[in-house]
Design a protein around this ligand. Structure first.
Ligand code: AMP
Ligand code: ZN
Length: 459
C-alpha cells in the first residue's frame, strides 16, 4: 500500500510522491522559546514525529530530512527577558531565556518519545538568508522599503503575470475580501492594507542586525520570513512536506508561501501542506485565565511521556482533540498492559494491520485499534509499538516507575505477600483475605497463578 497524505492546499488526500525518494524533505514550524511548552504544542511534535518515523520506515533512515526550527527572535521573548532578568542587558537576558526554554523544550519532547529532527535551525543564525530573500523580493517588485521597514505586497504578487500561486490559495481566502475587511487604522508606511512586514527597525536595546534594502538603521526580521529562510537553507526552494498547527495556515503559512515562491519564481514551496487540529482541555479552550493551561513539564510529573503520546494519538491528527483526565487514565492502563505483553519481547516486523492505517493519512486511531488486536502476537505488537515510538523502557523499568510515582514500597509489598502465602498454606483464609484487602487499599493488585503470585500497582 502507498502513503497518502491530506494536503491543506488542494483539500484532498493524495498519494505521496517525493520529489526525490533518496532525500525526502519535511519542514515543521517549531516553538517560540519564551516559556514552558503546553500540551497543545506537544501535538505537532508528536504527530509529525509519527510521520517522520513512517517516512524513515518507508524510504530508509538515511533518506529523510526533517527540519523543525526554533524561533529565538520574537517580541514575546524580549518581554519575558525584560521581566525575568531586569538587571541584565536585554541581549544577555534574551540569551538566558532562549537557552533555558530551549533546553526545557528538548527535555519535554525527548520524554514524549519524539526523535530529534535532522536539523533544528535557530532563526538568529539565518539572518543572512532572510536578507537575501528580502533583496530578491524587492528586486522582483514584490516588496518595498518604507520608514525603515520592508513590506511584502500580496497585491503585487497577485498582479504578477506569471505562474506564481495566488495569494490566499492556501488559506482559501480572497485577497479582495481581505482588502475590504482589513483594519482602517493601518500603519502609515504601508502602501496596501494587507501588506505584511518582512523587516522592521529594532527598538533601543533589542537584538538588531544590519538591515537589507539599503536601510541605515539596524533592524530585525518579521516572523514569517524566518521560516522561509530556514526552510530554503536546509531543504531548498521546493520540498515535500510543510507542517504545523491549523492556527498557522493564515497568516503564517500563507505568507511563507508568498515569500518563497516570489523570491525563487516557484509555483510551489511544499508539495503537501499538513496541519494538525487544535487541542482543548476538558472541553474548554486552554488558556491562562481559565486556569486550565497545562504544560508538558507539569504533566510529566504525573504521567510517563508515552502515556501522553498514546493519549494524543488516539485522535486523528486533523480532528480537534479533547484532553481529559479520564482518557489519560485509560491510556495509562493500555500502556501498562502493552508493556507487560510486549516490552521484553524481541520485536518482529510491524504488523500490516497497523502500518496500513498509518499510510492512510496517519490514521492513528485505527492503528491503535489494530494494536489492541495484537495481544496474542507479542513480537508483532512489539515491532508495531516501536514503529509508533513506544516501548523505550523495559517492562521492569516501566513497573518500577509506576511504583515510585504511586509511593508503593515494593519491599513492604513483598513482605505482606510472603505473609499471605504462609496464611494460605495453613489454610487461614481470613488472614489471607485481610492481607489482599490491605494491599488493594495500598493500590496494589495481585494475581495468583500456578507459578505463584505476581503484583503490580493498580491504575
Ligand atoms: P507556538 O509556539 O504558539 O507558535 O506553537 C508551536 C506549535 O504548536 C505550532 O505548530 C502551533 O500550531 C501548535 N499549537 C499551539 N497551540 C496548540 C493547540 N492548542 N493545539 C494544537 N496545536 C497547537
Ligand atoms: Zn513557520
Amino acid at each position: 500500500m502507498e502513503l497518502r497524505l491530506y494536503d491543506t492546499l488542494t483539500k484532498e488526500k493524495r498519494p505521496f510522491v517525493p520529489l526525490d525518494a533518496k532525500n525526502v524533505r519535511m519542514y515543521v514550524c517549531g516553538p517560540t522559546v519564551y516559556d514552558f511548552a503546553h500540551i497543545g504544542n506537544a501535538r505537532p511534535v508528536i504527530v509529525f514525529d509519527v510521520l517522520f518515523r513512517l517516512l524513515r520506515h518507508t524510504y530508509g533512515e538515511a533518506h529523510v530530512k526533517y527540519v523543525r526550527n526554533i524561533t529565538d527572535v520574537d517580541d514575546k521573548i524580549n518581554d519575558r527577558a525584560a521581566r525575568d532578568f531586569p538587571g541584565l542587558p536585554l541581549n544577555e537576558a534574551i540569551r538566558k531565556v532562549t537557552e533555558q526554554t530551549g533546553k526545557q523544550f528538548h527535555a519535554d519532547v525527548d520524554a514524549l518519545g519524539a526523535l530529534r529532527p535532522s536539523v533544528e535551525p535557530r532563526a538568529t543564525e539565518h539572518i543572512a538568508e532572510m536578507r537575501e530573500i528580502i533583496e530578491r523580493l524587492i528586486a522582483g517588485g514584490f516588496a518595498y522599503a518604507a520608514e525603515d521597514h520592508v513590506l511584502f505586497s500580496p497585491q503585487a504578487m497577485n498582479a504578477a503575470n506569471s505562474s506564481l500561486p495566488r495569494y490566499g490559495a492556501l488559506s482559501n481566502r480572497s485577497l479582495d475580501e481581505m482588502i475590504a475587511g482589513a483594519r482602517v487604522d493601518v500603519a502609515p508606511y504601508k502602501k496596501g492594507n494587507t501588506d505584511f512586514v518582512l523587516w522592521k527597525p529594532s527598538k533601543p536595546g533589542e537584538p538588531s542586525w544590519p538591515s537589507p534594502a539599503g536601510i541605515k538603521a539596524e533592524g530585525r526580521p518579521g516572523w514569517h520570513i524566518e521560516c522561509s529562510a530556514m526552510a530554503w537553507k536546509h531543504l531548498g526552494e521546493h520540498f515535500d512536506i510543510h507542517g504545523g498547527g491549523i492556527d498557522l495556515v493564515f497568516p503564517h503559512h500563507e505568507n511563507e508561501v508568498a515569500q518563497t515562491c516570489c523570491a525563487f519564481h516557484r509555483e510551489r514551496m511544499a508539495n503537501y501542506w499538513m496541519h494538525n487540529g487544535f487541542l482543548q482541555v476538558e472541553s474548554e479552550k486552554m488558556s491562562k485565565s481559565l486556569g486550565n493551561f497545562i504544560t508538558i513539564h507539569e504533566l510529566l510529573k504525573d504521567w510517563p511521556g508515552e502515556v501522553l503520546r498514546l493519549n494524543m494519538l488516539k485522535t486523528h491528527y486533523r480532528s480537534p482533540i479533547d484532553w481529559t483526565m479520564k482518557s489519560l487514565e485509560e491510556s495509562a492502563r493500555t500502556l501498562d498492559d502493552w508493556y507487560r505483553v510486549a516490552a521484553d519481547v524481541v520485536p518482529g516486523e510491524p504488523a500490516a494491520s497497523v502500518v496500513e492505517p498509518l499510510l492512510d493519512d496517519l490514521n492513528t486511531p485505527l492503528a491503535i485499534a489494530a494494536l489492541h488486536g495484537l495481544r496474542s502476537e507479542a513480537a508483532a505488537l512489539s515491532g508495531s509499538l516501536r514503529l509508533l515510538g513506544f516501548l523505550a523502557e523495559s517492562a521492569a523499568q516501566w513497573e518500577s516507575r509506576k511504583q515510585q510515582a504511586s509511593g508503593v514500597d515494593a519491599a513492604e509489598v513483598e513482605r505482606l505477600l510472603a505473609e499471605r502465602t504462609a496464611a494460605r498454606a495453613r489454610k487461614d483464609f481470613k488472614e489471607s483475605d485481610r492481607i489482599r484487602d490491605l494491599l488493594a487499599a495500598m493500590g496494589v493488585a495481585i494475581k495468583d497463578s500456578k507459578d505463584g503470585t505476581t503484583w503490580e500497582v493498580a491504575r
